[in-house]
Ligand binder design. Structure first.
Ligand code: GBH
Length: 460
C-alpha cells in the first residue's frame, strides 16, 4: 500500500463533522441482560456454518459494561461526533409493546456521557438487529414489520429527542433485504428473491413512517436521515451487454432506494425488469408519498466500487433460471483483508454523481474504512500503514468531491473498535482502535493517531 499522505489542512473546512461509527450488535455484548431478547443475529449466529468461527455477539467488545471508558476513548481521538445504533430488542423486547426501561436507560446514559464530553450523538435506529419474534411473524417481507419499526422508533425518539439532534432510520437496507432474504449470508439467512424484494419496500415504508411520526412529534427541529450502502457500477467493457449489466446493478443497488425516497417512484427500468421475471414491489396506495417524506441528510457508506459484466465466464448472457447475467468484476487494484478492492477515485465519482442526480440532499459519509491483517506488538499497538493509507485516500476523495460541488458535511470512520464483523465473526478487524478480546484492552492504532492529527489540522 502507498504510504499515507498528509491531508492539506485546508482540504476540509473547520465546520466539517468528524466522527467514528459502531453498531449495537457488533460491540455491545450483554446479549441477555436487562431484559434484552434475541434478535435475528443472535439466532443466525447459532446456525452451524453461518458465521466464521461460530462467533457471536454475546460479549463482543463488552461495550455495554465499558461505555464510560469507551466514550473517554472516543473523546481522546479528537472527533466531534459518534454514530451508534440502538438495539431494538433491548429497547422493545420482542419487537412490540411498551419500552423496556432498563434497555432505554443504557442509551440515555450513553447520550448523557457523550454530551458531557462534547461529543455529538448521531443515532441509527436500525442496524440489522430485528427482534426474533418479528422475524417469526414474517420479518421484513411482511408489511406489518414497517409499522412495528415506526412504533419502536417513537420509543427511542420520545426518550432521546430532547438531547439528540440527528436521527437516522435504517443502516443499509440493501444488506437487510438482499443479504438477509435472498443471498442468505446475513440473518435471517433466507433465500427467496420476492421475499427480498418485498423486504426492500417494507424497509423503505418503515423509514417513511418513522420519519413522518418523529417529525410530527418533535419538540424542536432535528436532522432526519437514512444511510445507504453505495458502490459504483461501471460496465466491464463498452459492449451493450456489459452496459446493460451495469444499468441493472445500479438500478437494484442504488436507484431503487434513492428514486422512491427523493422522487416518490421506483425507477421505470427496474420495474420493467422485475415484471419480466414476474416480480413487483408490494406497493399500496399512498406508500410512495410516505416513503418520499422529506428528510435532511443522506448517509453514505462506501467501501469499494466494482465493474459489471453481462456474460458469465463462458460467455452466456443468461443463467440457469433464465435471468440476465449481472456479474460483478472486482477492479484489478490492491485489496483489503476482505478482498475488497481499494477504489478511492470511484468514491469521488459516486459523491459527485449523488449531488448531480439527487440535488439538494446534504451528504454525510456515515461509514468508510477497511479491514487489514493487523499485527499488534506486545503492547497491543498496530502500525497499520495500510489502513492509514486507505483512510487518507478516501478522505482526500471526499475533499475532491466537495471541490467538484458535492455537499458533504461530515465523515465517520468505520469503525471505532475492532468488532463483530457479521458473517466474518471476529476474524476481520475494521477498528482504528485494536481490541484484545481476551482482556478487552483497547489500543489506538496508528490510523487512529493519524485521524486525530488530520482532524486537528483541518480544524485550524
Ligand atoms: C457495512 O456493511 C456495515 O454497515 C457494517 O456494519 C460493517 O461492519 C461494515 O460495512 C464492514 O463490512 O459484494 O455484493 O456484497 C457493508 C456491506 C459490503 C455491502 C460491500 C455491499 C458490496 C456488494 N457492504 N458490498 S457485495
Amino acid at each position: 500500500t502507498a504510504p499515507a499522505v498528509a491531508l492539506p489542512a485546508t482540504a476540509l473546512p473547520p465546520s466539517f463533522r468528524w466522527g467514528v461509527a459502531t453498531s449495537a450488535y457488533q460491540i455491545e455484548g450483554a446479549a441477555l441482560e436487562d431484559g434484552r431478547t434475541p434478535s435475528i443475529w443472535d439466532t443466525f449466529c447459532r446456525v452451524p456454518g453461518a458465521v466464521v468461527g461460530a462467533d457471536n455477539g454475546d460479549v463482543a467488545c463488552d461495550h455495554y459494561h465499558r461505555m464510560p471508558q469507551d466514550v473517554a476513548l472516543i473523546k481522546s481521538l479528537g472527533v466531534d461526533s459518534y454514530r451508534f445504533s440502538v438495539s431494538w430488542p433491548r429497547v422493545q423486547p420482542g419487537g412490540r409493546g411498551p419500552a423496556n426501561p432498563a434497555g432505554l436507560a443504557f442509551y440515555d446514559r450513553l447520550v448523557d456521557e457523550l454530551l458531557a464530553n462534547g461529543i455529538d450523538p448521531f443515532v441509527t435506529l436500525y442496524h440489522w438487529d430485528l427482534p426474533q419474534e418479528l422475524e417469526d411473524a414474517g420479518g421484513w417481507p411482511v408489511r406489518d414489520t414497517a409499522y412495528r419499526f415506526a412504533d419502536y422508533a417513537m420509543l427511542v425518539f420520545d426518550k432521546l429527542q430532547d438531547r439528540v439532534d440527528t436521527f437516522t432510520t435504517l443502516n443499509e437496507p440493501w444488506c437487510s433485504a438482499w443479504l438477509g432474504y435472498q443471498v442468505g449470508v446475513h440473518a435471517p439467512g433466507r433465500r427467496n428473491f420476492d421475499d427480498a424484494l418485498h423486504a426492500v419496500h417494507h424497509l423503505l415504508l418503515g423509514h417513511g413512517l418513522a420519519t413522518q411520526r418523529m417529525q410530527a412529534a418533535q419538540s424542536r427541529p432535528h436532522t432526519y436521515g437514512i444511510t445507504l450502502n453505495m458502490g459504483t457500477a461501471d460496465p466491464a467493457s463498452d459492449t451493450d451487454t456489459d452496459r446493460e449489466a451495469a444499468r441493472r446493478a445500479d438500478g437494484m443497488g442504488l436507484r431503487i432506494y434513492l428514486d422512491p425516497l427523493r422522487y416518490g417512484r421506483y425507477p421505470a427500468d427496474v420495474v420493467a425488469d422485475l415484471a419480466a421475471r414476474g416480480s413487483a414491489f408490494p406497493v399500496h396506495d399512498g406508500d410512495l408519498e410516505v416513503i418520499s417524506a422529506p428528510f435532511d441528510l443522506l448517509g453514505v457508506n462506501f467501501y469499494f466500487g466494482q465493474d459489471f459484466a453481462g456474460t458469465d465466464p463462458d460467455g452466456n448472457t443468461h443463467d440457469e433460471q433464465g435471468d440476465p447475467v449481472v456479474r460483478p468484476i472486482l477492479p484489478d487494484v490492491a485489496r483489503t483483508a476482505m478482498d475488497w478492492p481499494i477504489t478511492p477515485e470511484r468514491f469521488t465519482r459516486l459523491l459527485v454523481r449523488l449531488h448531480r442526480d439527487y440535488p439538494g440532499l446534504p451528504l454525510v459519509v456515515t461509514e468508510n474504512g477497511a479491514a487489514f491483517d493487523d499485527k499488534p506488538d506486545a503492547s497491543g499497538y498496530v502500525a497499520d500503514d495500510d489502513r492509514t493509507a486507505y483512510l487518507a485516500a478516501h478522505i482526500a476523495a471526499v475533499a475532491d468531491a466537495r471541490r467538484e460541488g458535492a455537499d458533504i458535511r461530515g465523515y465517520f470512520a468505520w469503525s471505532l473498535l475492532d468488532n463483530f464483523e457479521w458473517a466474518e465473526g471476529y476474524a476481520k478487524r475494521f477498528g482504528i482502535v485494536h481490541v484484545d478480546y481476551q482482556s478487552q484492552r483497547r489500543t489506538p492504532k496508528q490510523s487512529a493517531l493519524w485521524y486525530r492529527d488530520t482532524i486537528t489540522r483541518t480544524r485550524g
